[in-house]
Design a protein around this ligand. Structure first.
Ligand code: FAD
Ligand code: NAP
Length: 242
């Protein structure tokens, strides 16, 4: 197992509110595509323990960056959160993941329904010029429990006028942000968005909490969306984080 990993060094740690953090690493890995993920690993009791994480850095950057949340009682994420600059971390040699510009189908607009750190996948794809040229408009619905878990809002908004980012909070009743779960906003934002979510001209990426992905598939299926496969093009692409 260990020969499939390379040793890297932590070059920066960024700690956000809500138990979230970003790890910036330098490791000699082969090129990857925006939207892919790698595995980060640490030696725990003489065993290499690893988990998958989406790249948020651009493939051309001379470092690799990941956006994480500390899962309380999790085996690896609390240890990754405790890393310091200069520490060793292992990175899987070959990136994985099929949500890349080559595999995403043509459409007029690209939607994202993401929860928690799943927003990292949207960030990575939206920073990719090939993706940005492929679609006219981009809508990101980002479901979080509360606003302490919203961290890349400015970066997403600064990408351009055709990137529409909407954080949605489910457990913060006093907030002025959209309230509820992202799945409650199907067709609920049409007045604000130039191109609505429709199977005829939209592709949608679901990422994060598996319960959201199951519910979203059911809801979207009722509106004529179906799973995208290379051999049978559709409208939904998804990545479950657990
Ligand atoms: C393809 C892929 C990409 C991923 N990318 C990311 C990423 O970019 N950032 C990230 O933070 N995580 C990501 N994950 C999840 C990550 O791999 C780990 O599962 C997570 O860090 C927990 O590991 P752990 O060892 O601390 O917890 P474990 O001891 O393995 O416990 C796992 C439990 O933690 C919970 N859990 C796992 N991930 C999350 C999460 N993100 N938010 C809330 N609860 C969670 C679930 O209940 C799960 O059953 C990704 C997973 C996959 C499969
Ligand atoms: N270290 C720290 O300081 C700290 C602090 C807080 C949390 N944490 C950790 O952070 C991790 C992430 O927790 P989280 O609660 O933010 O992640 P989460 O459980 O994935 O929830 C994120 C969002 O997804 C929504 N969601 C869940 N199921 C859904 C469904 N079926 N359809 C649509 N939306 C759905 C949630 O709504 P609902 O709210 O309605 O379920 C919430 O808005 C946890 O493991 C926790 O241990 C760490």
């Amino acid at each position: 197992m260990q020969d499939r990993f390379v040793s890297g060094k932590v070059i920066e740690m960024t700690h956000f509110n809500g138990g979230c953090f970003a790890v910036k690493v330098q490791a000699p890995i082969p090129p990857f595509f925006a939207g892919q993920f790698s595995k980060l690993g640490l030696m725990i009791d003489d065993k290499l323990i690893s988990r998958a994480y989406s790249f948020i850095s651009h493939p051309d950057d001379n470092f690799q960056e990941f956006y994480l949340v500390e899962v309380e009682d999790g085996l690896l994420s609390p240890r990754l959160k405790a890393l310091e600059v200069g520490d060793e971390v292992f990175l899987y040699k070959n990136a994985n993941g099929l949500i890349t510009h080559q595999r995403l189908p043509e459409a007029k607009n690209l939607w994202f329904w993401v929860t928690g750190t799943g927003v990292g996948l949207a960030l990575s794809l939206l920073k990719d010029p090939v993706i940005r040229n492929k679609y006219q408009d981009f809508v990101v619905l980002h479901g979080v429990t509360d606003s302490s878990k919203i961290h890349y809002q400015q970066e997403l908004r600064e990408l351009g006028d055709n990137v529409h980012y909407y954080p949605v909070v489910s457990r913060e009743p006093q907030s002025s942000l959209l309230q509820g779960r992202i799945t409650h906003f199907y067709q609920g934002l049409e007045a604000q968005i130039p191109q609505p979510l429709r199977p005829e001209h939209s592709h949608i990426i679901l990422c994060g909490n598996p319960a959201m992905i199951t519910d979203a598939n059911t809801l979207l299926g009722e509106h004529g969306f179906r799973k995208h496969r290379m051999r049978e093009p559709g409208h939904i692409t998804m990545e479950r984080y657990w």
